[in-house]
Design a protein around this ligand. Structure first.
Ligand SMILES: C[S@@+](CC[C@H](N)C(=O)[O-])C[C@H]1O[C@@H](n2cnc3c(N)ncnc32)[C@H](O)[C@@H]1O
Length: 239
């Protein structure tokens, strides 16, 4: 069933993003990063948690879907993954990731592509670890994307999540690990589990953290002004 609560939070988050002062750099993972207009900044709490939790040491090759400003993909290269590929549907995000790969001296081991999920990859491109910090706010099926930035927040009818599970196996090495950064507060975890199961995957929580935050979202219930907000890194295994 469609989750309106998550959609309202997504609208609120996007509105907050549009109101913030323009910035061309940000700090994350103890480094400075370049930020281009219309790219989701990589200093979000979720990005920081997922980036620090992923098991890079166990992967030689790393694929990030939806790289945004490139913090996680560049971190994978800095942490020793010898082949890193970063994809984003937004050309600005792909450009931004290239700039940050060069800024941190790992452009030689990275490939960055503008790509709708895995569509830009070759048939034989396979990776040991695949990861997406996904736009987990479910939008109605008829949601119209007005700007590229909306792809960082919304997935209409979870169609992209469905394709993520359906297409990932074609790009996994033997024994590869598949991850998704998500929020059970904002996303529709029931629906996500169904889509994963359709593609033969079962989900487990690799790591999760819960915060108490003041969500000032008009029309949403919040107890004493505080709501529990979680970020979860799921791992999916094929049955
Ligand atoms: C929540 S943002 C995460 C950005 C970055 N990885 C981070 O953690 O800061 C989701 C990213 O997925 C990208 N995205 C959404 N749909 C996509 C698709 N179909 N193919 C590739 N990238 C997509 C968005 O453009 C956005 O950069």
């Amino acid at each position: 069933m469609f989750d309106r609560f998550g959609y309202e939070i997504g609208c609120w988050d996007l509105a907050r993003f549009r109101q913030r002062a323009p910035q061309d750099t940000f700090a994350a993972q103890n480094l400075q990063w370049t930020l281009l207009p219309d790219v989701w900044p990589g200093n979000a709490v979720a990005t920081g948690l997922f980036t620090s939790w992923l098991p890079y040491d166990e992967a030689d090759s790393f694929l990030e879907v939806g790289c945004g400003a490139g913090v996680t993909a560049v971190t994978a290269a800095l942490r020793g993954c010898s082949r890193v590929c970063a994809l984003d549907i937004s050309p600005a995000a792909a450009r931004n990731t290239r700039l940050n790969a060069a800024r941190h001296g790992v452009d030689a081991s990275m490939t960055v592509l503008t790509s709708d999920l895995f569509s830009g990859l070759g048939q034989s491109d396979r990776f040991d670890l695949i990861y997406w910090n996904s736009p987990y706010a479910e939008a109605p099926a008829d949601h119209r994307y007005e700007t590229p930035l909306e792809y960082a927040v919304f997935d209409a009818d979870y169609a992209m999540h469905r394709r993520y599970f359906a297409d990932a196996p074609r790009h996994m090495t033997d024994g590869a690990r598949l991850f998704l950064g998500f929020s059970e507060t904002i996303g529709n975890s029931g629906r996500l589990g169904e889509l994963a199961a359709e593609a033969g995957f079962t989900a487990s929580v690799y790591r999760r953290e819960v915060f108490s935050v003041a969500l000032d979202v008009p029309g949403l219930p919040a107890s004493d002004g505080e709501t529990e907000l979680d970020y979860v890194l799921y791992e999916f295994r094929q049955a």
